[in-house]
Design a protein around this ligand. Structure first.
Ligand code: NAP
Length: 402
């Protein structure tokens, strides 16, 4: 037997012969007794390559996408990832590009050697929501690399075969690794909650518009013929959002109406409302005097009250996160009398992920690759994200790619 076939551990960046599965691999892990800031929580370890089931695939990770859920996984907030699964270690990472390295005996659509990207929706596939309903409503729905271990921050990852999608040929490994989680989430938020879907001429207010979700939401809204109104927190992001197609941008630092809503009735509340009106007026200047049909929300505690006020009568605030705090406040009178829809949204089902990826395959949506990090920089990349010091767009970590 050739020496390379006897090897049971390969260096990061060293690619084994196609289909040869070593016994061990390098991975970034979190352990139950090591949760906190990314620099403390994440450690490089040598671990066993996971075995796969009949419907699963093992993928050699070429590049992995950086996502905010890696930050949550490190912090153990709002819950520890070890509450989701029984593994002793957690390998985070919910985006990847790579090569199919092994497949279970029921896998038909993909074979060893296929170049793929991976979306993060998993489910058990055997209930009514998974068979005619919406798999996102299945009690078994879970996010790979967050609610499961063996995510993409390792040389190999274990996935359900229905998570695999073709890698866009015109993109590099790094570009193709970085966008699926944010793009598919934005796709469901903007098109998955009828009748409040983005239409030609709609106005869409997009928070964190230069971020991972925001950069995808601008492109999807623009592609549908809507006006994307970007909110930014730094003037240096203005050109970035304009280049993606935003009709205009508002800098949130020019306003003082953030955080917990003051008690209703007092002078403080009146000042707060007038500041929101000033923010609303800035939006209207960009929309031809209209309020947003859809507000694309994710900061949460700092902004939710404002979102629910600036949204148009009969419009929708759609939110997929509460990064700045989970306890939201809003003046409910304006929501019911003006019949606004406050809609929670979470990742996407396989069909939505695939439809969103089609737009990238067709070259209509760009991945917006911001920063490419080296393997050893993975904790630092998460630190930058936690501190909102990262570059605009989506980001990638090189694993086996060079
Ligand atoms: P990101 O790339 O870090 O972008 C977030 C943006 O939020 C930043 O670019 C920042 O832009 C803005 N921001 C920061 N502090 C803010 C504040 N106080 N008020 C208003 N805006 C603020 O992160 P992301 O990938 O877009 O993800 C955002 C959140 O969504 C995370 O919590 C993530 O876990 C969650 N998420 C959930 C799902 C799901 O399926 N449920 C999917 C994807 C992401 P400015 O500083 O320029 O304003």
């Amino acid at each position: 037997m050739n020496a390379v076939w006897r090897k049971n551990l390969f260096d990061v960046g060293e690619i084994p012969p196609l289909g040869f599965v070593p016994r061990h691999m390098y991975a970034w892990t979190i352990r139950p007794d090591r949760q906190g800031r990314p620099q403390e929580a994440l450690r490089e370890e040598i671990v066993d390559v996971p075995s796969i089931g009949d419907d699963e695939a093992l993928v050699l990770v070429m590049a992995a996408g950086l996502n905010y859920n890696g930050v949550w996984a490190c912090l153990g907030v709002p819950v520890s990832v070890f509450a989701f699964h029984a593994e002793k270690l957690h390998i985070p990472g919910s985006d990847a590009s790579g090569i199919v390295w092994a497949v279970g005996r029921h896998v038909r659509r993909f074979k060893v050697g296929d170049e793929v990207i991976i979306h993060c929706h998993q489910d058990d596939g055997d209930d009514d929501e998974c068979n005619g309903g919406d798999p996102m409503n299945s009690a078994t729905q879970r996010i790979w690399g967050y609610e499961t271990s063996y995510g993409s921050f390792a040389q190999f990852t274990k996935v359900q075969s229905r998570q695999l999608m073709p890698k866009p040929r015109h993109l590099t490994w790094e570009e193709s690794s970085c966008y699926t989680l944010t793009l598919a989430t934005a796709y469901r938020m903007l098109f998955g909650h009828p009748p409040h879907t983005v239409k030609p001429g709609s106005n869409v207010l997009i928070w964190g518009a230069a971020g991972g979700l925001g950069s995808m939401a601008i492109q999807l809204s623009t592609l549908a013929g809507a006006n994307a109104i970007a909110v930014i927190g730094d003037e240096r992001k203005r050109d970035f959002v304009a280049n993606l197609g935003a009709r205009g941008a508002v800098n949130r630092n020019d306003y003082r109406c953030w955080g917990k809503m003051p008690d209703i009735g007092g002078e403080q509340y009146a000042t707060y409302l007038s500041e929101i009106k000033r923010f609303g007026a800035a939006i209207r200047r960009l929309t031809g005097d209209r309020d947003p049909d859809i507000v694309f929300e994710h900061p949460g505690a700092e902004t939710f009250s404002v979102s629910s006020l600036v949204c148009k009568r009969g419009g929708m605030v759609v939110f997929c996160a509460s990064t700045t705090g989970f306890k939201l406040s809003f003046d409910s009178r304006f929501a019911w009398t003006r019949q606004k829809r406050l809609q929670g949204s979470h990742f996407a089902n396989c069909k939505q992920a695939s439809d969103a990826n089609l737009l990238v395959l067709q070259g209509r949506v760009r991945p917006c690759l911001g920063q490419v990090y080296q393997w050893r920089q993975l904790p630092q990349a998460h630190e930058e994200m936690l501190d909102n010091k990262h570059a605009p767009g989506n980001h990638s970590i090189r694993v086996s790619a060079h």
